[in-house]
Ligand binder design. Structure first.
Ligand code: GLC
Length: 391
């Protein structure tokens, strides 16, 4: 039996978290590689990664209040540091200054908040000498045993996982990673866990990165992108994506039937930088009012992303939601709708909206002059059947 995908399909919005010893200096999660730091020197950052006051419930509450339905934490990134208790490594949180199984605490908080719980695991491991030796070497078999063993630990010691999010299967040959065997083990130990496509097998969902690229109709997909410029904490980050743009991304992803995994980057002590919290709060406020147009929405047959110039649309049953990022004011017309409109309301305010249907053209003569929402205002149309384009 393949895992049940309904929750994922309906969830639409999740929190990605990149956190590890690289959060101490705050140069992003690639610093070991980018700055060519000797591994022994890099390992010393673990002496300063001791998030004693970190309360994972703060993360879970933030995610829930942002309208997110699941979380995915980097249990181990490319640098090899495990946020969890691995018997196969000494470069782990419980065995260094953190003195704590951060993954266990995170999972407990996530579940207590009613969120689905996922883990990211990087197959590549820069700190492991056998990884450096490469797949042609004699050491590789031992490295694969280590990787499969660590994934077995995650699948065995932490209760039910909802998502396993692999990354960095480089070199990209399935047999190098014994991908089939790995997936079979996960299916056996965690039959309900959804697995992404970066273990080199298609598995359960695709993961377009920093772009919106809907997969074929029968495939689940999830866009991931960082809220700032980098995934791991970068000190003095000065660039954040505007809330309106992130909401438009969410709407366009929903239009294409996908999910949005938005990454935040906590500091070493576990606090999520204030500007990130603020953006999430604003997204949550918008979703509180407009969530009906997002959660459980299906791929929209009315417009496909990019063709609707003033925003995007989403669809659920016989409802069409028109998300207007540019607010046109009274007299605006929607075109190319092949359905009959039965009623219209401004989802943003709950008020009925006047409309005049002229064939496939729907005119809204009395829309407010000013945008009702500071980010994206939404008109909800009830139709005679599922929305379709007249073209
Ligand atoms: C990029 C980054 C990597 C990050 C990943 C998330 O590939 O290089 O560090 O974990 O995106 O999708």
């Amino acid at each position: 039996m393949p895992p049940n995908t309904t929750w994922f399909n309906e969830a639409k919005f999740g929190m990605f978290i990149h956190w590890g010893v690289y959060s101490v200096p705050g140069h992003g999660e690639w610093m070991l590689y980018d700055e060519k730091i000797p591994v022994d020197e890099y390992r010393r950052y673990a002496d300063h990664f001791a998030p004693d006051d970190w309360d994972p419930r703060d993360w879970a509450n933030l995610a829930r209040d942002a309208g997110m339905r699941y979380m995915v934490l980097t249990a181990r990134h490319h640098d090899g540091y495990c946020l969890y208790d691995s018997a196969l490594s000494d470069f782990t949180a419980p065995k260094t200054a953190a003195k704590r199984d951060l993954v266990a605490d995170y999972l407990a908080a996530c579940r207590a908040a009613g969120l689905r719980a996922g883990l990211y695991y990087s197959l590549g491991d820069w700190h492991h000498p056998d990884y450096q030796a490469g797949p042609e070497s004699d050491e590789w078999a031992g490295f694969i045993e280590y990787v499969h063993g660590q994934i077995r630990e995650l699948c065995t010691n932490y209760g039910q996982l909802d998502v396993l999010w692999f990354d960095a299967a480089r070199p990209g040959c399935v047999h190098c990673w014994q991908g089939e065997k790995l997936l079979a083990m996960i299916r056996e130990l965690q039959p309900q866990c959804l697995v992404n496509n970066r273990g080199l097998l298609p598995a359960d969902f695709d993961t377009p990165e920093q772009k919106i690229e809907p997969s074929g109709e029968d495939r689940l997909w999830e866009t991931c992108l960082p809220i700032g410029h980098r995934w791991g904490f970068y000190r003095n980050e000065q660039y954040y994506k505007p809330t309106t743009r992130l909401l438009l991304d969410l709407v366009r992803i929903t239009n294409g039937g996908g999910n949005f995994l938005l990454n935040v980057s906590p500091m070493a002590d576990g606090r999520i930088p204030e500007p990130q919290q603020q953006i999430l709060g604003e997204m949550g406020q918008w979703l509180q009012c407009h969530g009906e147009a997002i959660y459980g929405a299906q791929r929209c047959k009315f417009d496909t992303h990019g063709t609707f110039t003033v925003g995007a649309t989403t669809a659920k049953g016989n409802s069409l939601y028109i998300h207007l990022m540019l607010w046109p004011g009274p007299g605006w017309a929607l075109t190319e709708l092949s359905n009959t409109v039965q009623s219209a309301r401004l989802l943003t305010t709950g008020e009925e909206v006047e409309f005049d249907q002229q064939g496939d053209r729907i005119v809204f003569p009395t829309l407010p002059e000013e945008p009702p929402d500071p980010h994206i205002s939404v008109i909800a149309l009830e139709l005679d059947s599922a929305p379709r384009n007249a073209k």
